[in-house]
Design a protein around this ligand. Structure first.
Ligand SMILES: *Cc1c(COP(=O)(O)O)cnc(C)c1O
Length: 370
């Protein structure tokens, strides 16, 4: 075969890993944590992405899992035991609350929910609290917890802190602020093209890595090299995509906040946003996710606004090249504190289309409202 070297990481598809001797084969469990032993437990494509994600998150070890949701569930299921208590921010990803209410309750693990913008978690900590789950800014309404203060309180009580860092990926180092486990949905900006679900758990010490990895191995959860490859490809443009989404995100948020049909805009990078001080403390940049509340209160007319958008497609998720709009009822989504506004929050994802096209689309739809 003539010599061949490419810029890309090869996509390895393999179940069997071949050993050089019976002795190596009999001792293959030694390779489970770092080396390659069987297809399910990783290959060079997957390992390369794990290294890249560790680098971006600022940790030492990363485990890939099939979704962002699995990246949250895995540490919870591997770290907690019967009798433990988990404390979660009210704004965490919806299905995580269902995990706490359902499976964890069945396993004898209790949970409490604290307000999403908390500066202290002291009132909710107890002797059984072993894990505190944060998400900053929170999905939909962008609350930012006082991460360093909360991490210090958790550690004083012997609990570890986990962060859903999907929003901040590439724009923060959560380990600098006391976070122990960082879980990220790579399905969003990391992959960047709305075509793959993948998640990552990153830690900054070997002890946590060993316990998470041991759990992962017995749960039989692995990821496909093709999916890992798509994220490796996306990461090559992560930085410039994030900067572009953030620039247009800021401009759209600013434009929306002075529009007469808009009640509130949630975009922490805006100087006028209630979370701006914490945004400056914990993040080095923003992205294209904007939430808003319309002055209009009638559900039918709010739906009419959403339906009138042409460039923004209606759909969940964000982080791809195309602009999206989603609508949610916050009254059902908040437990720690009564949601004071109208229930309807609209979330936009500002894609890579021209700024003027996006503003024109929003303007046309807003003009239908009084
Ligand atoms: C999308 C998302 C998840 C879940 O990621 P999936 O890959 O879709 O499972 C978790 N947390 C946040 C904040 C998200 O936006």
């Amino acid at each position: 075969m003539p010599e061949f070297e490419a810029l890309t990481v090869p996509v390895h598809r393999a179940t069997t890993v071949v050993y050089r001797s019976a002795h190596e084969f009999l001792n293959r469990s030694n390779r489970l944590l770092e080396g390659f032993s069987y297809g399910l437990y990783g290959n060079p494509t997957v390992k390369t992405l794990e290294w890249r994600v560790s680098e971006i998150e600022g940790g030492t070890h990363t485990m890939l899992v099939p979704s962002g949701l699995a990246a949250i569930s895995l540490p919870i299921l591997s770290y907690l035991r019967c009798g433990d208590h988990i404390l979660i921010a009210d704004c965490v990803y919806g299905p995580t609350k269902e995990l706490c209410k359902g499976l964890l309750t069945r396993f004898g693990i209790t949970h409490s929910i604290f307000p999403s913008d908390a500066g202290s978690i002291e009132p909710w900590l107890n002797d059984q609290t072993r894990l505190v789950l944060l998400e900053s800014p929170g999905s939909y309404t962008m609350e930012i917890q006082d991460i360093a203060a909360i991490a210090a309180q958790a550690h004083d009580h012997g609990a570890i802190v986990m962060m859903d860092n999907t929003w901040g990926f590439g724009r923060t180092n959560m380990f600098d602020h006391g976070v122990d486990i960082v879980s990220t949905a790579l399905s969003k900006y990391a992959s960047g093209h709305s075509d793959v679900c993948l998640g990552a758990c990153t830690v900054a010490n070997t002890e946590l890595f060993d316990s998470l990895r041991s759990a992962l191995i017995v749960l039989g959860i692995g990821v496909s090299s093709d999916d890992a490859y798509l994220v490796l490809r996306g990461l090559q443009t992560l930085d410039i995509r994030l900067s572009h989404h953030a620039r247009h995100g800021y401009d759209v948020a600013k434009w929306l906040s002075s529009h007469p049909a808009i009640d509130t805009v949630f975009y922490p990078a805006l100087e006028s946003d209630s979370q701006h001080a914490r945004y400056k403390r914990y993040f080095t940049g923003s992205n294209g996710v904007i939430s808003l509340i319309l002055k209009e209160r009638d559900q039918r007319r709010i739906e009419m606004f959403v339906d009138a958008l042409r460039v923004f497609k209606i759909g969940a998720s964000w982080g791809g090249t195309q602009s999206l709009v989603a609508i949610t009822n916050m009254t059902d989504a908040r437990a720690a504190r009564h949601w004071p506004e109208t229930p309807w929050v609209i979330r936009l994802h500002i894609g890579l289309e021209p700024l003027a096209t996006l503003i024109k689309d929003l303007e046309n739809a807003l003009n239908l409202l009084p």
